[in-house]
Design a protein around this ligand. Structure first.
Ligand SMILES: *Cc1c(COP(=O)(O)O)cnc(C)c1O
Length: 375
């Protein structure tokens, strides 16, 4: 069997039916000529919202990477999350993690307030809580593991089992690890989604998303809603993301190796209270590696602010998964939109710092962090 690394490098290569371009050309056209005013005569493409060659090439590569039957490429990670909610009837019961991505928390809370869904935010690190929250009325179990930013893990297999027994759909936001480190569909999920803004594009220059479906039926429903609601991603973004995807394995391997070195420094450092990095226990069972996201707590908020101010190389910015290392304070940055009580309940105070490790030289990164931590 061909390895995912090879498939990623090869994705779309040599596809061009017109001139044999090695790299697939960019099709910007929003509409396509019909040979005759007869649907039978029409080629595979007619209107850009519905389908586009660049988006299809990316979707095929991503479906294969996650082991799904098909994928729908969306204009953002949030559009991918809103897309899966479209599968639900009004008032459907949804279970989600209380420490999910801030934007996900905001969207699910707003949909709950509107009465579109009934959402229970629970601690999915505790699988018993998941089992007890799923009832016959539950329509969707939404998972995100490792969680952002505390890297709490959810037992994907057990949670998806609970969903299936209740007749609910299961979906995993797998953005933090990428399909190279965790395969939600093979762990039992119905759908795996990604903010392709992060590792898949990997160069912090596209906002995009994808939902990969296990079954053909689900894929058809997702494609129908993406077209009906206009959630699909643009040709240029798809082109860029396919290009980024070719180096995914190189980038994830390099960033993960760098993260390991930063974690070793932090775990032995006397100014650090706690380090969060998913490299033990359940992570070993359901992930093929720990990934390159980590977070840590300092003794005080003032110390954390000091580190953020003094650190070199690492840029103070939200987002993650790019070639460059980023550092942030979730409480005031990525999770500032959360209700303050919910934020504290999820363990996000101002002593917490999150790092997205890039692919720079490991020694430079370790030296920069060590210098910023020095009194
Ligand atoms: C960034 C992110 C999203 C949202 O994706 P966008 O592309 O910014 O819309 C969703 N989930 C997780 C875990 C993320 O990191």
């Amino acid at each position: 069997m061909t390895s995912p690394t090879t498939k990623l490098v090869q994705s779309g290569i040599g596809w061009d039916p017109a001139f044999g371009a090695v790299v697939p050309p960019l099709y910007m056209s929003s509409t396509y000529v019909w040979p005759e005013a007869d649907v039978e005569s029409k080629g595979p493409y007619d209107y850009g919202r519905t389908n586009n060659p660049n988006r299809d090439l990316l979707a095929d590569a991503l479906a294969e990477l996650d082991g799904g039957t098909g994928a729908v490429v969306t204009s953002s990670g949030m559009a991918a999350i809103d897309l899966v909610l479209n599968l639900l009837p009004v008032g459907a019961h949804v279970i989600a993690p209380h420490d999910c991505y801030g934007g996900t928390h905001r969207l699910l809370s707003a949909r709950h307030e509107q009465g579109q869904i009934r959402c229970d935010f629970i601690d999915q690190g505790d699988i018993e809580q998941v089992r007890q929250s799923v009832t016959d009325e539950t329509a969707m179990v939404f998972l995100e593991t490792p969680s952002n930013p505390l890297m709490r893990l959810t037992d994907v297999r057990a949670a998806c089992d609970a969903a299936r027994h209740a007749g609910a759909l299961s979906v995993v936001d797998n953005t933090f690890l990428s399909p190279l480190r965790q395969q939600p569909l093979s762990l039992g999920a119905d759908m795996a989604l990604q903010s392709t803004t992060k590792y898949l594009n990997g160069h912090s220059d596209v906002v995009g998303g994808v939902v990969v479906a296990k079954t053909e039926t689900l894929h058809e429903q997702l494609a129908w809603w993406a077209n009906a609601a206009g959630l699909t991603g643009s040709p240029f973004d798809s082109y860029q993301t396919l290009r980024g995807l070719r180096t995914l394995a190189l980038r994830v391997n390099a960033a993960e190796a760098n993260a390991g070195q930063l974690v070793a420094l932090l775990r032995g450092h006397d100014r650090i209270r706690e380090v969060f990095y998913p490299d033990a226990g359940l992570a070993r069972a359901q992930q093929s590696g720990p990934g390159a996201m980590l977070s840590f707590r300092m003794e005080t908020a003032a110390m954390a602010a000091d580190v953020l101010k003094r650190i070199n190389i690492f840029r103070l910015a939200a987002s993650l998964g790019g070639t460059e290392s980023l550092i942030c304070q979730p409480a005031t940055m990525t999770h500032r939109g959360m209700d303050p009580d919910a934020r504290l309940a999820a363990g996000l105070d101002e002593t917490l710092i999150r790092i997205s490790t890039g692919v720079e030289d490991a020694t430079d990164l370790v030296n920069a962090l060590e210098a910023a931590l020095a009194l």
